[in-house]
Design a protein around this ligand. Structure first.
Ligand code: GDP
Length: 361
């Protein structure tokens, strides 16, 4: 479907191809269709379905991924019509998350998102059967099993939600302790692949996985950093943001992302060498908005400066307050960034003094 704004169909498809590769698929081709609105049964038009069917036979493809979310019925109808597995962007992203979650909490969150995604897609045939049979007398074992499956999924969802709630409480305790010791917290946010892990490595000289893949970072990693003035701070890397991040995932990752919500300072890492970096930034702010993040202190980091031929092309951006141009890979511009962080912390400390008056005794 034609997209609004500057994300062209092909940009979004290129990103989808990158996501598919990250999930382990080999991309054989892409195609799109312009329509006023999606077909309710097949999402695309019938002619397009035939064309896709031929294309997939010709290329020997065994998977077709749609860039927009398909309804459970559309997905089933398309699989029937095309004779190959059909996924949508959401399912693909969920699959990548499932492959990459490492911590116990991360795995629970991904499972929760997958269960929520799968619940309405469960047992489509059972539903079709009962409709055809008009209800009474057709409630065979198929439908009973469906009900059992639904209940099992719901039980599991409740179970996971409880576990995540418990982990969240533990984390809140840790956070409270940090608040008491007044260690400022910093959260890294940014579009996926912007260079958050690379920057975290540079700032903390640790070895967090940095990969040229979408979503290398899933579980939040918190590290200690010492600023040039000796000030200590805690810095957390978060999951990468992406346009059209499935809402099931935002919901599931809410607990993790609370680190972001609670952070004193947000560092927004932008891959300034990416042609759509402005749209990517916009997508990040959209997710922050969905999370109800009250942005107190924001530093914008224009990363991958080493990759842009003409720095003047982004000079207008540098006039943005509280921003800095760096190359996390080469370590350029870090001093400037550290100074901005120190300033932000100073301001934060003043605020805290205002909030918590000194004990006179
Ligand atoms: P994340 O998804 O935001 O955590 O991004 P990563 O830190 O994993 O980086 C994504 C890719 O961009 C990796 O291949 C990095 O080596 C590369 N990268 C990160 N920072 C820079 C930079 O300043 N310059 C260049 N050229 N590449 C970078």
């Amino acid at each position: 479907l034609e997209r609004q704004g500057k994300w062209q169909i092909t940009d979004s498809l290129k990103e989808l191809a990158q996501l598919a590769e990250t999930a382990g698929a080999e991309v054989l081709g892409m195609t799109w269709q312009k329509r006023d609105r999606p077909d309710s049964a097949l999402f695309i038009g019938r002619g397009k379905v035939e064309e896709l069917s031929l294309l997939s036979q010709e290329k020997n493809a065994n998977l077709i991924v749609f860039d927009d979310e398909l309804s459970p019925a559309q997905q089933r109808n398309l699989e029937k019509a095309l004779g190959v597995k059909v996924l949508d962007r959401t399912a693909l992203i969920l699959d990548i998350f499932a492959q990459r979650a490492r911590s116990h909490e991360g795995k629970l969150q991904v499972e929760l998102a997958q269960l929520r995604y799968n619940l309405p897609r469960l047992g489509g045939q059972g539903l079709v059967l009962s409709r055809l049979g008009g209800g009474i007398g057709t409630r065979g074992p198929g439908e009973t099993k469906l009900e059992v499956d639904r209940r099992r999924i719901r039980d599991r969802v409740n179970d996971i939600t409880r576990q995540i709630e418990y982990i969240k409480k533990q984390r809140n305790l840790h956070r409270k302790r940090r608040e008491i010791t007044r260690i400022p917290t910093i959260a890294l946010v940014g579009y996926t692949n912007a260079g958050k892990s690379t920057l975290l490595n540079l700032l903390t000289a640790s070895e967090v996985l940095a990969e040229d893949k979408l979503f290398a970072t899933l579980d939040p990693t918190t590290r200690n950093i010492t600023l040039t003035n000796g000030q200590q701070a805690l810095i957390t890397d978060t999951v990468g943001f992406i346009q059209k991040l499935p809402h099931q995932l935002i919901a599931a990752f809410r607990a993790t992302l609370e680190e972001v919500v609670q952070a004193d300072i947000l560092l927004h890492v932008v891959d300034v060498s990416h042609p759509q970096y402005q749209e990517q930034s916009h997508a990040v702010f959209q997710v922050l908005h969905e999370l109800n993040v009250d942005i107190k202190q924001l530093i914008t980091i224009f990363n991958k400066a080493d990759k842009i031929g003409d720095p003047n092309s982004v000079s207008a951006l540098l006039k943005t307050e509280n921003s800095v141009m760096i190359s996390a890979l080469r370590g350029h511009g870090v001093e400037g960034l550290l100074l901005l962080i120190e300033d932000a912390i100073k301001q934060k400390t003043i605020e805290m003094h205002l909030l918590i008056p000194y004990d006179e005794s």
